[in-house]
Design a protein around this ligand. Structure first.
Ligand code: C5P
Length: 221
């Protein structure tokens, strides 16, 4: 819909709990509207993976070095999506120096491009408070656990549905209750409940929401 030669600036923040469908949703938007995509969760996961490799030892200098080394390509590493990395990423996400280093990375990304969709927990509240569109994803815990378990199974990871559910509940609790940049739905965000939506239905819904918001900003293109 958006041709890159048009001088349009449109920035979308998508937030939501773990496995709520926000990554899938943000990727669908990025593909359909030719937008630059960033999963901020992958940044926390990248740091967590490096920390695990460093025998769980880390400080501000170590984190700053890791953040300097991040490239978008490195964020596609499949190793970032293991249960151990997920667990540690939520723990380090509570540290102000980790959030600060990753905040600068995210802000530069958002500034660099005119068409951007970023997903995470604090995108609409902290990283892009002036986003053109804010989406907040939600989904029942039963469906979230089913989806994540299916994902792990397809990667031959040995983990039960019960364990997946438990770790999602724990991670959501850590992300919602933390003092610094907790997961919150901002007042101007649009709620997207993915519990009963197929990918096709989600795509249709998001396309409608984004088109409406672009028209609101620019009129019919
Ligand atoms: O979204 P994803 O599950 O990949 O994120 C991994 C972890 O990174 C989350 O559980 C959360 O603790 C942390 N995170 C965060 N703020 C963000 C994105 C992710 O604290 N904007």
């Amino acid at each position: 819909m958006i041709k890159s030669n048009k001088s349009i600036t449109f920035k979308i923040a998508t937030d939501g709990s773990s496995a709520s469908g926000k990554t899938t949703g943000a990727k669908l938007i990025s593909k359909r509207f030719n937008m630059n995509f960033l999963s901020s969760g992958s940044l926390y996961r990248f740091c967590a993976l490096k920390i695990l490799k460093n025998k769980n030892i880390y400080n501000k200098i170590f984190i700053n070095q890791i953040v300097k080394s991040i490239t978008l390509k490195k964020l596609q590493n499949k190793k970032l999506y293991s249960p151990e990395v997920a667990k540690l990423s939520s723990i380090i996400a509570k540290k102000p120096f980790v959030r600060m280093a990753l905040k600068s990375f995210q802000i530069s990304f958002v500034k660099k491009y005119k068409l951007v969709v970023v997903e995470g927990r604090d995108i609409g509240s902290v990283i892009m408070p002036n986003a053109d569109l804010k989406l907040f994803f939600t989904c029942s815990i039963k469906e979230k656990a089913r989806r994540r378990h299916k994902e792990f199974k397809s990667q031959n990871k040995k983990i039960t549905l019960k364990e997946v559910k438990k770790s999602l509940i724990q991670r959501d609790k850590e992300d919602t209750k933390r003092k610094i940049s907790p997961l919150i739905m901002t007042k101007n965000a649009v709620l997207v409940d993915t519990t009963k939506l197929s990918i096709k239905e989600l795509d249709r819904k998001l396309t409608g929401l984004v088109k409406k918001a672009i028209i609101k900003k620019y009129g019919n293109l």
